[in-house]
Design a protein around this ligand. Structure first.
Ligand SMILES: Nc1c(NC[C@H](O)[C@H](O)[C@H](O)CO)[nH]c(=O)[nH]c1=O
Ligand SMILES: CC(=O)[C@@H](O)COP(=O)(O)O
Length: 189
């Protein structure tokens, strides 16, 4: 479904997991800051609406969308966060630079999701015109920042569920004797 047929701010509140214990990083590009500030407002509002305490939200700025990659990497490496939201707005200019910035930040954020254990949410507008960006940052198509906040909550929950499931399976294997901790007797004497 294309964005033009969907409101980015709409979501089923009943489908959102309990997020009050999760912590979120938000990295915001300063290019097109009228748009990125509106996206950040949507993201923070989406988190607060779902019981995330304001003190569980850490915000950093970077110069442009290309720097979101490094900013998100340092955020997840140095801060105790369950997910990171990367916010940017790239608008087509006169040259091919748009293509390289969009491809670079897309691939870079994808790489972070592959190489690290913290979900990084892609909240980067890649628009042909400023009006398209306005429409998607609190305008007629809603706010992609809110959409990103909901995605961040759901991915933080998925991460925690996966970890819990793994720990439960390990405990079951240990207690059944099917798994041995190195250096410890298989069965207690
Ligand atoms: N033209 C836009 C940019 N360009 C700047 C790059 O993101 C980057 O900061 C620069 O190449 C230095 O590494 N950035 C945006 O976020 N939006 C644009 O429209
Ligand atoms: C995405 C960009 O870097 C672009 O807005 C810069 O504009 P231009 O292509 O005219 O240099």
């Amino acid at each position: 479904m294309a964005t033009k047929n969907k409101n980015l701010s709409e979501y089923d509140k009943n489908s959102i997991p309990d997020a009050k214990n999760f912590r979120f990083g938000i990295v915001v590009s300063e290019w097109n800051d009228a748009i990125t500030e509106a996206l950040c407002y949507g993201a923070v509002t989406g988190l607060l609406e779902n019981e995330v305490p304001s003190e569980h939200i850490i915000r950093w700025n970077v110069p442009g969308s290309f720097e979101l990659i490094y900013g998100a990497k340092k955020m997840l490496q140095t801060q105790k966060v369950d997910a990171v939201i990367a916010i940017g707005c790239v608008i087509q200019g006169q040259t091919k630079h748009f293509d390289f910035v969009c491809e670079g930040v897309t691939q870079g954020i994808k790489d972070l999701n592959v190489q690290t254990d913290v979900p990084v949410i892609f909240c980067v507008l890649t628009d042909n015109t400023m009006q398209q960006s306005i429409d998607r940052s609190g305008g007629k198509h809603g706010n992609k920042g809110t959409e990103a906040a909901i995605a961040a909550i759901k991915m933080a929950y998925l991460k925690h569920q996966a970890l819990f499931s793994h720990e439960m399976k390990s405990q079951q294997l240990l207690s059944s004797g099917m798994l041995q901790i190195e250096g410890q007797p298989l069965l207690e004497e």
